[in-house]
Design a protein around this ligand. Structure first.
Ligand code: ADP
Length: 270
């Protein structure tokens, strides 16, 4: 139920009572739920044939092919993969959307520096292609009580955004630290930044800023909303700071733990 109330005055300005409007919004909420269910089932139905398309394209690409045939099939494969990752985002968004309790997480003592380092390793080739330097000197061992695969999902999203929305020959700095009760992860880039108005919206589902929507950077606008859902379901939070023209910083706060990390020997690499 939503309720709004207004005082009413007559022509002389004297108090003439009040108007109270109450509205039953059950129908709207049911409609939103039905829309989310539809989106989730359509995405699910799309995934199976798409996976098969990608599989067959990979198979055909293993053969000897004329260069123009290969180029065409490679474009098809890239786009089919892009569609697949959008479908995966939509599915994740519609399931995380219900309530944070339904997001399945299995927290364990996790060294966040190890997770960040392996995410950086995954994105390093893409960064190198554009001359973007990765500065990981701020990584310090810090043990958080988190689901390592969910944390990896958050970091992959932040780091891939830091590459996608950076300038050529830019920098990405990633740092981790602990201050007792909390573990902090900072991902900073030297890209074009996000305006104050858009900073308020970047965590909204399907939001993509005007400046990127018509460019060649692709995305679903779901990564950050999923990331925030994941971080919050661990009792943490994620915030953004940005100056237009000079870059963007995302800060993730997570609960720390004194227990030894289960992935303690994964970083630095032996
Ligand atoms: P996607 O990258 O798939 O569009 P996200 O939810 O990850 O979706 O990000 C939402 C939007 O926020 C992006 O489309 C972009 O406009 C903006 N954004 C996210 N990260 C950055 C960044 N590091 N620098 C500038 N803009 C960003």
């Amino acid at each position: 139920l939503t309720v709004t109330a207004r005082r009413v005055y007559d022509d002389d300005g004297a108090d003439a009572g009040a108007v109270v409007v109450s509205r039953d919004v059950t129908a709207e909420l049911t409609a939103i739920r039905a829309r989310d269910d539809l989106v989730a089932s359509v995405s699910h139905e799309l995934r199976t044939p798409l996976t098969s398309i990608v599989g067959y394209l990979e198979l055909v690409l293993d053969d000897d092919l004329a260069p123009s045939t290969r180029r065409g099939l490679e474009v098809a494969e890239r786009n089919a993969n892009r569609l697949l990752s959008i479908v995966a985002d939509i599915l994740a968004a519609s399931s995380t959307n219900r309530s944070t309790v339904e997001l399945s997480i299995a927290p364990e003592p996790t060294d966040v520096a190890a997770v960040a380092a392996s995410s950086l390793e995954l994105h390093a080739p893409r960064a190198a292609e554009r001359g973007i330097r990765i500065d990981a000197s701020g990584l310090e061992h810090a043990v958080a009580h988190v689901d390592p695969s969910r944390l990896r999902q958050v970091l992959d999203n932040l780091v891939s955004n830091a590459v996608k929305y950076n300038r050529d020959d830019g920098v990405i700095e990633v740092g981790t630290t602990s201050d007792g009760p909390h573990v902090w992860i900072v991902v900073r880039d030297s890209g074009h930044g996000i305006s104050p108005a858009e900073q308020a919206q970047v965590f909204d589902r399907f939001f993509r800023s005007d400046s990127v929507r018509n460019t060649s950077t692709h995305g679903s606008g779901l990564g950050l909303s999923i990331s925030r859902e994941i971080v919050r379901s661990h009792g943490g939070d994620i915030t953004v700071r940005s100056d237009l023209g000079s870059g963007t910083t995302f800060v993730v706060r997570l609960p720390a733990t004194d227990e030894p990390a289960t992935n303690a020997n994964e970083w630095p690499a032996p």
